[in-house]
Design a binder for this molecule. Structure first.
Ligand code: NAD
Ligand code: DAU
Length: 339
C-alpha cells in the first residue's frame, strides 16, 4: 500500500505519518508538503531515513508537480491534510485559503481521477457546521447538520467538502470526508490556543484570551484523530462523511486557567483582548456514526492528554522556541500588539 499524505510536515499530518509508519511496517508513506510557515521539516527528522518514507516539497496547487509525483509513486490512497488552517490568518488574508484549500483539493482529486486511486480522503473540520449557542448544551453537530460557515477559513474548507462530494457524484471518485473537532498534542503550531498559552506562560508573557473567554471547543487528542482517519481509509464507506470528536467540551478560559495551574503560573498573566471577528461560540461533535459503523472511540481523556501535551512542550523547547523566535514574531506583533 502506498499512501500520499499531504501537509505531513504540519501538526496533524505529521502525527498521522508517525502513527501509520509505526502501525503498518509494509506501507510506503510519501509526504507532500509545501513547507509554508506552518510546515516544519524538523518535525519529520526522526523518520527522514526510514526506507518506507519519502518527503517531497511541493504545492498541492502545482498540477505539474502533483502529476509527476503520482506518475512516480502510483499511490493507492491520498489523505489530504494540506491546508491553511488558522482562522485568525484567514480573517487577515483570505486569498491563500481559497487557493490552497479549494483549488489545491481540486488538483489532488484531478490527479486521483487521472491516475486512479482506491481512496481519496479529505481531512475537514467541524467548523463547516458553523457554531452552536452556549445556552443549548443539548445540541450537537451530526453529519446532516447544514453547512453554515463563519470565517473565510471555514468557508474554504466547506467549499472543498462540496467539491469532494461533487467529484464522488459526478466522476465516481472513491472519496471519504472526516470532520473533526479541535485537536491538541505534540507539534501543534504555537499560533493556536493551547500551544500559544503554554509558550507564553513558560515565558511569563500575557495570555491573550479573546472576548470573554466563554467560547467552547470540543478537544480531541491528536492521536485519537489519526486513529479515526486510519479506520476510515481502511473500513469507511466510500461517499460518506464521518464526524470525529470525543464529547470533551471546555471553555477557553477554563483551558487557560488549567494551563496556568499545571505550569505553576499565576492567573494574573491572563489578559482579555479584543474578540475575534465572527467568533464561533460553541463546537460540539456527535460521533455516533463513526462509533456505530467503525467502532471508533477516543482513548485519551483530556486530563491525561493535556498533561502529556504540556510535558511534550517542556521537553521540546527547541522545536517551538525556534518557531517563535523567527518570522512568527512579526505575526505575533501584528495580531496581538495593542489588541
Ligand atoms: P497545520 O497548519 O499545522 O499544517 C498544515 C500543513 O500543510 C503544513 O505542513 C503546511 O506546510 C502544509 N501546506 C499548506 N499549504 C500547502 C500547499 N499549498 N501545498 C502543500 N502543503 C501545504 O494544520 P493542522 O492543524 O495540522 O491541520 C491539518 C488539516 O486538518 C487541515 O486540513 C485542517 O483544516 C484540518 N483540521 C485541523 C484541526 C485542528 O484542530 N488543528 C481540526 C480539524 C481539522
Ligand atoms: O474545530 C476545528 C478547528 O480548530 C480547525 O478546523 C482549525 O484548523 C483549528 O485552528 C481550530 O480552530 P479554532 O479557531 O477553534 O482554534 P484556535 O486555537 O485558533 O482557537 C481556539 C479558541 O481559542 C477560539 O475560541 C479562539 C480562542 N483564542 C485563540 C487564540 C490563538 C484565544 O482566546 N486567544 C488566542 O490567542
Amino acid at each position: 500500500m502506498t499512501i500520499i499524505v499531504t501537509g505531513g510536515a504540519g501538526f496533524i499530518g505529521s502525527n498521522f505519518i508517525f502513527h501509520m509508519l509505526e502501525k503498518y511496517q509494509d506501507y510506503r508513506i510519501i509526504c507532500l508538503d509545501k513547507l509554508t510557515y506552518a510546515g516544519n521539516l524538523s518535525t519529520l527528522k526522526n523518520i527522514m531515513n526510514n526506507r518506507n518514507f519519502r518527503f517531497v516539497k511541493a504545492d498541492i496547487c502545482d498540477r505539474e508537480a502533483v502529476y509527476k509525483l503520482f506518475e512516480e509513486e502510483h499511490p493507492d490512497v491520498v489523505v489530504n491534510f494540506a491546508a491553511e488552517s488558522h482562522v485568525d490568518r484567514s480573517i487577515e488574508n483570505p486569498e491563500v485559503f481559497l487557493k490552497t484549500n479549494i483549488l489545491g483539493t481540486q488538483t489532488l482529486m484531478d490527479a486521483c481521477r487521472k491516475y486512479g486511486v482506491v481512496r481519496y480522503h479529505q481531512v475537514s473540520t467541524d467548523e463547516v457546521y458553523g457554531d452552536l449557542p452556549l445556552d443549548r448544551p443539548d445540541l450537537f453537530f451530526t453529519e446532516t447538520t447544514p453547512i453554515h460557515t463563519s470565517s473565510p477559513y471555514s468557508a474554504s474548507k466547506a467549499s472543498a467538502d462540496l467539491l469532494v462530494l461533487a467529484y464522488y457524484r459526478t466522476y465516481g471518485l472513491p472519496i471519504t470526508i472526516s470532520r473533526c473537532s479541535n485537536n491538541y498534542g505534540p507539534y501543534h503550531f504555537p499560533e493556536k490556543l493551547i500551544p500559544l498559552m503554554i509558550a507564553n506562560a513558560l515565558n511569563d508573557k500575557p495570555l491573550p484570551v479573546y472576548g470573554t473567554g466563554e467560547n467552547i471547543r470540543d478537544w480531541l487528542y491528536v492521536e485519537d484523530h489519526c486513529k479515526a482517519i486510519d479506520l476510515i481509509i481502511h473500513k469507511g464507506t466510500v461517499g460518506e462523511v464521518y464526524n470525529i470528536g470525543g464529547h470533551n467540551e471546555m471553555s477557553n478560559i477554563d483551558i487557560v486557567k488549567l494551563i496556568c495551574k499545571e505550569l505553576g503560573k499565576p492567573e494574573s498573566l491572563i489578559t482579555y483582548v479584543t474578540d475575534r471577528k465572527g467568533h464561533d461560540m460553541r463546537y460540539a461533535i456527535d460521533p455516533t456514526k463513526i462509533h456505530n459503523e467503525l467502532g471508533w472511540l477516543p482513548e485519551t481523556k483530556f486530563s491525561e492528554g493535556i498533561k502529556k501535551t504540556i510535558q511534550w512542550y517542556l521537553e521540546n523547547t527547541e522545536w517551538w522556541e525556534t518557531i517563535i523566535s523567527g518570522e512568527y514574531k512579526n505575526y505575533y506583533d501584528k495580531m496581538y500588539h495593542n489588541r
